[in-house]
Design a protein around this ligand. Structure first.
Ligand SMILES: C[S@@+](CC[C@H](N)C(=O)[O-])C[C@H]1O[C@@H](n2cnc3c(N)ncnc32)[C@H](O)[C@@H]1O
Length: 329
């Protein structure tokens, strides 16, 4: 769908967000984004922020964190103008770190085919909720549930609709070690961090919010090692902690989009070099189409879907939140 662009980057960002991201997902965010795009007074405030911080998702979440009413654009606008300094401060100090455990449903078919033990290392881990694929339960289409084998049946059920020859897993992967790197890891035991994580879920998405609350409990029971830092710089050092007998799986989801193009290429080279040096190492990438260097979409999948790649080869397209998986023939 074409949306009218004006050449004003901030206004156009909100217009695109309304049309391509919020529509069908959050009527509240869609109305707020349409409202902002046509409101010069609010746009002037938002333009005071450095460009990356003008992100609709970030501004909206910061406002809700601080108590903005989740109602009409008019109510929200009035609140925002009255509380702008606090919202701006929150936007400057926070970033969007949405953690979506359902992405495990998309990675599980790949993980289940790898002989264990597996050492799982996520770059851009946020609170680490994607580090527990073996602790969740899964339902693909209307099929039976593949449940947790260690902690009893998991109450985190991840449902995923599939098309194509998905190699549906018949067993759980054996994960012996889990670690994550993030610029600013969120702590499952920190109430403020978890409130931010929940606020990043859009207002009407009650089911997603429930799911991450339950996944947070899993992370609390079995804390993973989360390292603060840049994934490009700390990859080798953190990977060195993986047990030598384990197959290392480096993965990232919705993360390297935050790097510039050259940095994405340098990161991909670093993962390949690590795999070549260490051996027994695989690379799973779940990113927007065209984001992971060398993983070229063929133009057949909707642009909103993510590309799933194994060792640099495109294997499937997936819903951005892991809600669907379209395996390539
Ligand atoms: C949108 S979140 C995705 C979280 C998680 N991968 C998931 O799929 O649920 C992206 C995360 O990547 C982190 N991030 C961005 N650039 C990074 C970098 N260069 N090194 C490490 N983490 C980074 C952010 O802090 C954020 O927590």
């Amino acid at each position: 769908m074409q949306v009218q662009q004006t050449g004003d980057v901030t206004r156009d960002w909100y217009t695109r967000f309304a049309a391509h991201e919020a529509r069908g997902q959050s009527a509240i965010y869609e109305a707020w984004a349409v409202g902002v795009a046509g409101d010069d007074e609010v746009l002037d405030r938002i333009r005071e922020l450095p460009r990356p911080k003008r992100q609709p998702n970030l501004v909206f979440a910061c406002s809700r964190l601080l108590g903005a009413p989740e109602g009409s654009y008019g109510e929200w606008r009035e609140w925002l103008l009255a509380h702008w300094p606090a919202v701006a401060d929150a936007a400057l100090h926070r970033s969007t770190q949405t953690n979506e455990p359902r992405r495990c449903a998309v990675m599980l078919p790949l993980l289940a085919r790898i002989d264990g033990p597996i050492a799982l290392l996520e770059v851009g881990a946020s609170a680490g909720l994607c580090l527990y694929p073996d602790r969740y339960a899964y339902r693909y289409d209307d099929g039976s549930v593949l449940g947790d084998t260690v902690l009893g049946a998991s109450d985190v059920l991840l449902e995923c609709a599939t098309t194509g020859p998905v190699p549906l897993p018949a067993r759980m992967p054996e994960i012996a070690w889990r670690a994550g790197i993030d610029l600013a890891p969120l702590d499952a035991d920190d109430a403020d961090d978890m409130r931010w994580l929940e606020t990043l879920i859009w207002p009407e998405q009650v089911e997603r919010r429930e799911r991450i609350r339950r996944a947070i409990e899993v992370a609390r029971r079995e804390p993973a090692r989360l390292v603060a830092g840049d994934g490009r710089e700390r990859l080798r050092e953190v990977a060195a902690g993986a047990p030598a007998n384990a197959t290392l799986v480096v993965f990232h989801a919705g993360t390297i989009v935050y790097l510039g193009r050259d940095d994405r290429a340098a990161f991909a080279d670093a993962v390949r070099a690590l795999a070549a040096d260490r051996g027994r190492t695989h690379w799973i990438s779940l990113e927007g189409q065209g984001v992971t260097p060398g993983v070229q979409p063929d133009g057949t999948a909707p642009s909103s879907t993510f590309a799933l790649a194994f060792d640099g080869d495109l294997v499937a397209f997936a819903g951005p939140h892991g809600q669907s998986l379209d395996w390539l023939g």
